[in-house]
Design a protein around this ligand. Structure first.
Ligand SMILES: [Fe+2]
Ligand SMILES: [Fe+2]
Length: 387
């Protein structure tokens, strides 16, 4: 019987031995052998062991390992950019040793020797960053002098993490929920890093980034709207997760259709319109506590008057959260450059929402959303004037 604690202890011991002894030293090799053995025992219990090192916590699969809260190696790995770690089946001793060498380089701040080594280990040992911003939502951070943070929100780590989450769902059919929640926490912190209302919205650089930047923006807008409506921070973040995952079903839509520059044919449109059902299926298959996100994935293209898609066999009112995300979704889509049209101004997009308020959108939500965006733009104007 093995357990993740024993494996992580052996990993820490190997890293300590590697710092002490040069390559090939018997003490170093013994520590690596022992750790490799522990890994195999762990992998024997359940395929594909996977860890996350976030916020001083160590997560094994979906569980926080309480005994390892504040574990020194976990913190060191996280700060070296290794916040998630996954071993696929069939890692060899050679690969494992190579990967530990690379870890040691990363921990000591050096770059690995060769690209070849990286390729060797990249196949079956996957690792990377999921950055969580320091500080709790609500904590004000002083603005950096001379920098307008609204102009270029730095959400590189979050975007990278969202791209990774989409990849996990698309390639492995696994939704990494704790990591998705960590991204939302991080976006919530970014929203509160000044005392003013702040919307860290991303501008699209290439169309490839559309799904990631759009997911991040809809999450931020859903949190800002519900916060504006007076919901508590826990609920706000639940809406943030639902916003982040609303288009998850797009991982199952062929890329040629997703990035098609022109108008869709009838068949292509039908395929595209499957993404709400696909998304709800993926989410429901994973986590009972993601019920709200599953509703939102399923319903975010439904209109107030019963239009939109998917077609419901028994028409009913969409969930409140779906109505919130629907408004945020359309606003962000309109304010984004598309291959077939340039981005609309915020004013024009708000006009679109107003025109369809009461038919496509919930009027109270359009009203609250419009006021929220207005206040944000005012405070943004004030920042620009003093900059
Ligand atoms: Fe959608
Ligand atoms: Fe969307």
């Amino acid at each position: 019987m093995s357990d993740p604690y024993r494996y992580l202890t052996s990993l820490g011991q190997s890293l300590a031995a590697m710092a002490l002894y040069p390559g090939g030293h018997p003490a170093r090799e013994r520590a690596v052998d022992a750790s490799f053995e522990q890994l195999n025992e762990l992998a024997g219990d359940e395929a594909g062991p996977q860890f996350s090192f976030l916020d001083g916590e160590v997560i094994y699969r979906r569980q926080i390992l309480r005994e390892l809260t504040g574990w020194e190696w976990g913190k060191r790995l996280a700060s070296a950019g290794i916040q998630r770690l996954e071993f696929l089946d069939g890692v060899t001793r050679e690969e494992y040793g190579g990967w530990l060498d690379e870890l040691q380089h990363l921990l000591s701040g050096e770059t690995p020797d060769t690209a070849e080594a990286r390729q060797l280990v990249a196949r079956r040992i996957r690792y990377g960053a999921i950055e969580v911003r320091a500080g709790a939502p609500g904590a004000a951070r002083p603005a950096e002098a001379g920098v307008d943070p609204e102009a270029a929100p730095d959400l590189g780590a979050e975007v990278e993490a969202i791209r990774w989450i989409h990849g996990e769902v698309g390639d492995l059919g696994r939704l990494p929920l704790l990591e998705a929640e960590a991204v939302v926490r991080s976006l919530a912190v970014a929203m509160h890093s000044r005392s003013e209302i702040r919307l860290p919205l991303l501008q699209l650089k290439t169309f490839d980034q559309y799904t990631t930047t759009h997911s991040s923006n809809v999450s931020v807008l859903a949190m800002a709207t519900t916060e504006y409506l007076g919901l508590g921070s826990r609920e706000v973040r639940t809406f943030g997760v639902a916003g982040l995952l609303h288009d998850l079903g797009k991982v199952r839509i062929p890329k040629e259709i997703l990035v098609k520059p022109g108008q869709f044919t009838e068949e292509e449109r039908a395929v595209m319109q499957r993404h709400p059902v696909e998304g709800a299926r993926i989410i429901i298959g994973q986590e009972a506590r993601l019920e709200l996100a599953a509703f939102v994935a399923y319903e975010h293209h439904l209109m107030l008057n019963g239009g939109g898609y998917p077609t419901l066999r028994y028409p009913r009112d969409a969930h409140y959260a779906s109505k919130v995300v629907h408004v945020c979704d359309v606003y962000d889509a309109l304010c984004t450059d598309r291959p077939y049209r340039p981005a609309w101004t915020s004013e024009r997009a708000l006009g679109y929402l107003a025109e369809r308020s009461g038919t496509e959108f919930d009027p109270e939500l359009v009203d609250a959303f419009t006021r929220m965006i207005g206040e944000w733009q005012q405070s943004r104007g004030a920042i620009e004037e003093t900059a």
